[in-house]
Design a protein around this ligand. Structure first.
Ligand SMILES: [Zn+2]
Length: 390
C-alpha cells in the first residue's frame, strides 16, 4: 500500500532486525518470511481487510487459482487441477482485532470503539494505523504521565472509552482534512521482526499465520504437483473477530463436505499463563483444538489428524481451552452439519500489538495440512462424517 507523508515511519521501509542486534542492517528474508511480513504488516481490522485481501488474492492468482468473492468479501480460491472428490474447505480469516473511529473532538482527538477483543491493558501507549480515505494515518494512544498520576491511576486498567488517539492535529477540521472520518477502521502498528531461534515478532498473527499456512501449502501443492483427491476450496474469511460473521456466508458459498480452520493457537509457555488456560508451547509443533468456546470438533476427524501426524512423524499438540471462538464452528453447522477441526500455529501474546511464533511450528503445520488433504478421498470423508453405530 502507498503510505502518505502523514505516516513517515513506513515510507522509509519496515524495521526488520537481525537476531540479537536490533537496529542493525535489515537481513535478507526468505520467501516464507517475506510472506509472513507482508501479511502481518497489512492493516486489516474486521470489515476493513482490503490490504490483506490484496495480498491473499495476488498469491493465489500467482498459482493460477480461480478466485471468487462472496457477498461479505470472503475470498474463495480454487487451484487448477483440483480433484473431483469431496468438497474440502480450508479456511483462515483475513481480519485482525482493531478499533473504529467513533467521533472526533473539537480539539482534534479521536475517540474509538473496539472491533474484536483487546484486554484493557493493550489500549494505551501504542501506535495505530487509521485507514482514512486519503491513505493510512499514524495515531498514538497516549499514556498520561506518571508524574501527575494518583496511586489509583497508576494501577488502572483502561476501557476503550478512555482511549483518545492523537494524530498531531489541533482541531477536528484538521483531522477531517487528513481524511479521517467516523466509521474508519484502525489497526495496531507493529513491524515484523526476526528473533533468535527462528522466532518471529509481529502484529496480527491471528489470523495472518493461518492465511500464510494456506498459501504456503498451496504453493507446495502446485510446485510439487501434489495430487489431491478432494475438490479443495481455499477460503479467506472476513469479520471473524466480531463473531465469525464472514464464515456464516462463506460456508454457503463454499458448500463444504468437510472443513479445516487454521488459526493462531494459544501458546501457554511464558510467565503468567499455564496449562489450566491452554497447553500449546512454541517449538512443539502445530496444535489442534479439542474444545473451544465455539465448537467441539468432529471426533473422527480429530483422531484422523492425530493418526496422520503420527504416521508422518509430525508432532501435534492437543489444546483444550475456553474463551476462543473460530470459523470451524460455522463449517460444523453448515446445512445439516459437517465434520470440522481447528488446527493452529502456537502463538504467544494474541490480540495485542506484538505476538511471537516459531518457524518450525509453521513449517510442520503446512506439512500436516498437505498430508491430511492428500488422504481426504470420498471413502475417508464418508467414514469421518458417519454417525451410524459401528
Ligand atoms: Zn483468529
Amino acid at each position: 500500500m502507498k503510505f502518505s507523508r502523514v505516516f513517515p515511519a513506513l515510507v522509509t521501509g519496515v524495521g526488520v532486525f537481525t537476531a540479537g542486534s536490533a537496529g542493525a542492517a535489515a537481513q535478507e528474508l526468505d520467501t516464507t518470511e517475506d510472506l509472513l511480513r507482508r501479511l502481518t504488516e497489512a492493516p486489516g481490522p474486521s470489515a476493513f481487510e482490503e490490504e490483506v485481501r490484496r495480498v491473499v488474492v495476488a498469491e493465489f492468482e500467482a498459482l493460477g487459482a480461480a478466485i471468487e468473492y462472496d457477498g461479505l468479501g470472503s475470498v474463495h480460491a480454487e487451484l487448477p487441477a483440483s480433484g473431483d472428490g469431496p468438497r474440502v474447505m480450508v479456511t483462515a480469516h483475513l481480519d485482525e482485532v482493531g478499533l473504529m473511529v467513533q467521533h472526533i473532538t473539537s480539539d482534534g482527538f479521536i475517540r474509538v470503539k473496539n472491533l474484536g477483543g483487546f484486554l484493557g491493558h493493550a489500549y494505551p501507549d501504542q501506535r495505530w494505523t487509521i485507514l482514512g480515505r486519503n491513505g493510512p494515518v499514524l495515531a498514538i494512544s497516549g499514556l498520561p504521565t506518571v508524574h501527575v498520576s494518583t496511586n489509583a491511576q497508576r494501577s488502572q486498567v483502561w476501557s476503550v472509552d478512555q482511549v483518545a488517539l492523537d494524530v498531531g492535529a489541533t482541531s477536528r477540521e484538521e483531522v477531517e482534512a487528513m481524511g479521517v472520518r467516523p466509521g474508519d477502521g484502525i489497526a495496531p502498528w507493529s513491524p515484523f521482526a526476526v528473533l533468535p531461534n527462528d522466532r518471529y515478532a509481529a502484529k496480527g498473527w491471528d489470523d495472518r499465520v493461518g492465511l500464510a499456512v494456506m498459501i504456503a501449502a498451496a504453493r507446495r501443492i502446485r510446485a510439487e504437483g501434489i495430487e489431491l483427491p478432494g475438490d479443495v476450496v481455499w477460503v479467506a474469511t472476513t469479520q471473524e473477530e466480531i463473531g465469525l460473521r464472514g464464515a456464516q456466508t462463506a460456508v454457503d458459498h463454499a458448500r463444504p463436505d468437510i472443513g479445516i480452520s487454521i488459526e493462531a493457537g494459544v501458546s501457554a509457555d511464558y510467565p503468567g499463563i499455564g496449562p489450566t488456560q491452554a497447553q500449546e508451547r512454541l517449538g512443539s509443533g502445530p496444535g489442534i483444538f479439542l474444545l473451544d468456546s465455539s465448537m467441539i470438533p468432529n471426533r473422527r476427524f480429530r483422531d484422523f489428524f492425530f493418526d496422520v501426524a503420527e504416521q508422518e512423524g509430525i508432532p501435534l499438540q492437543p489444546d483444550v481451552l475456553t474463551g476462543y471462538g473460530e470459523d470451524g464452528a460455522e463449517i460444523q453447522r453448515y446445512d445439516s452439519g459437517r465434520p470440522a477441526v481447528n488446527m493452529t500455529v502456537p502463538t504467544r501474546y494474541l490480540h495485542a500489538h506484538t505476538g511471537i511464533i516459531q518457524r518450525s511450528d509453521f513449517d510442520q503445520a503446512v506439512e500436516l495440512l498437505i498430508r491430511v488433504l492428500v488422504r481426504l478421498d470420498e471413502d475417508t470423508v464418508e467414514q469421518i462424517g458417519s454417525f451410524e453405530p459401528r
